[in-house]
Write a protein that binds this ligand. Structure first.
Ligand code: GLU
Length: 506
């Protein structure tokens, strides 16, 4: 019995190493990864460095590192190896040269010796005439429908003149394909330029190299940004010239600013690296980026997806055509959700180096062993996880859990102190000192029992207690905060505080 072999899905992310990884690039990488993994296939990273003038040293490594950090693991790349390498285009020049020769011989491509000045002049002229600028085919040879005698081309080649190789776009054909995201798309060949395939420096252009590599690397699905849609006719013609079957294509919607303008590629603040250094976690960034153009289905409320869940749920059919608005507030919201659910152990491990760094700069008024212990940090984490925006804030936003206040919020003091505040605080610190059980509940009860006979509300002392122990007028539940700080620290800070905050209202 004969069986049809099932095609192994292979996708690729093909960044140019021109700088940092943009969030749009991360989305492209993620969708390629998710689709490949969903289909049990391979995800390849290919470095497209054919534009040597824009190449930035080390950018290839840092792109790969960002993918590793965000959990978008390549099966094949310059760092991971694989059977289809090299995975860097500048190491494949001989291959491109060979295929270029084939197109020249087939008369699908021709040498062009037009200078930059000539091309510019031609461009200006066409624009003046209201035409779309295109190469004027000066060097299209006689035997390919042009007017340049072959002898002229040969002469230039013999002289060693600089040249490029251009593809010869057939006249009057239309190029059609079915995009997975956008549906059927059609182009008229009259609008297609005789694209340069080989540049004068011996490097191929992106169009030429990427088609050859996608074929040789057996890529089955090309998933990339919408900005590449207009290159499709050139790419499809190349597949035709070579007699190769083209992969399937999915062009992802543009990323937009909240005002619906196009999200710039050059804006420094959309680099994945910057988001990480601002404190966003890889999980939240990946989750955020996944939702830029994809959703699980109409009416789903679910917004939190781990990368494993995304692999299970992702489909290209559910990628939308409409531009996806990039809303940083949503990323902030996601980050908070992740912090709420993250295991305390993970947070503690991340906090410790930060805390140690702070402790090297600043003396603590508490026992160093205690405040760096897992038990203590766990209590801080559980009390603060609903209140912080970033993991680092477990240290920075509530530093009073580790250090005595350096000052007391003046406005809060002015608002909360009355003539007899310090007197009552003094008395209450004695109550706290002798309290057997220093739990939040016991502290709350003791405070109520203390203020009631004096005709005051608990709030009369709640705010001053908070200010003197933390320095600020806001924070988690006071009773819980005092419990975590512990009796000694609380009483010590109250006594010290009263010296610095004289009965302000008096
Ligand atoms: N090297 C291109 C880029 O930088 C890749 C485009 C494609 O995926 O075909 O985006």
């Amino acid at each position: 019995m004969q069986t049809t072999p099932v095609e192994r899905v292979r996708t690729r992310f093909a960044p140019s190493p021109t700088g940092y990884l943009h969030v749009g690039g991360l989305r492209t990488a993620l969708y390629n990864y998710l689709y490949a993994k969903r289909m049990g296939g391979d995800f390849i990273v290919r470095i497209e460095d054919t534009d040597q003038t824009r190449k930035v040293d080390g950018a290839d490594r840092s792109l790969l590192r960002m993918l590793d950090v965000t959990g978008i693991r390549a099966d094949e790349s310059m760092a991971h190896g694989g059977n289809f390498g090299p995975y860097v285009q500048s190491e494949r020049l001989a291959t491109y040269a060979m295929y270029c020769q084939q197109l020249l011989e087939q008369k699908n491509a021709y040498y062009c010796f037009s200078t930059a000045e000539e091309l510019e002049e031609n461009r200006q002229l066409q624009m003046k005439q209201g035409l779309q600028p295109k190469y004027n085919r000066k060097w299209l040879p006689e035997d390919m429908g042009g007017s340049m005698p072959l002898s002229e081309t040969r002469k230039k080649l013999d002289e060693g003149a600089a040249y490029v190789v251009r593809m010869r776009v057939p006249d009057y054909i239309s190029v059609m394909f079915d995009d997975i995201v956008r549906g059927p798309v059609e182009f008229d060949s009259a609008t297609i330029d005789d694209q340069v395939l080989m540049k004068s420096d011996g490097f191929p252009t992106y169009h030429f190299a990427s088609v050859i590599d996608d074929h040789l690397m057996e890529i089955t699905h090309v998933i990339r940004g919408e900005e590449w849609l207009s290159s499709m006719p050139k790419h499809l013609l190349l597949y035709e010239f070579f007699g190769w079957e083209a992969p399937r294509f999915a062009h992802l919607p543009l990323l937009l600013n909240p005002d619906r303008s196009k999200l710039s590629k050059r804006q420094g603040d959309v680099a994945v690296e910057d988001f990480l250094s601002r404190g966003y976690s890889p999980e939240a960034i990946v989750n955020f980026v996944a939702l830029l153009g994809w959703n699980e289905g109409e009416g789903t409320e679910k917004e939190i997806y781990s990368i494993a869940e995304l692999v299970e749920k992702f489909s290209l059919e559910r990628v939308g055509k409409a531009g996806a608005v990039f809303n940083v507030e949503k990323l902030g919201w996601l980050e908070k959700q992740y912090i709420k659910d993250r295991p305390a152990e993970k947070i503690i491990a991340a906090m410790k180096p930060l805390l140690e760094e702070e402790m090297a700069k600043r003396a603590t008024d508490m026992e160093p062993e205690r405040i760096t212990s897992d038990d203590y940090l766990r209590e801080v984490v559980e009390l603060m996880r609903e209140r912080v925006d970033f993991e680092s804030e477990f240290v920075t936003f509530c530093d009073y859990f580790y250090f005595a206040p350096r000052s007391y919020d003046e406005k809060a003091v002015a608002k909360r102190w009355a003539g007899d505040t310090n007197e009552l605080l003094e008395e209450f610190s004695e109550v706290l000192e002798s309290l057997e059980d220093f739990s939040a509940d016991a502290i709350e009860e003791a405070l109520k029992a203390f203020v009631e006979p004096k005709g005051k509300k608990p709030a009369f002392l709640i705010h001053p207690l908070r200010i003197l122990t933390s320095g600020v007028g806001f924070g988690p539940s006071l009773y819980h905060m005092l419990e975590v700080l512990g009796r000694d620290t609380v009483v010590r800070r109250l006594r010290k505080g009263m010296e610095s905050v004289p009965a302000a209202g008096s």
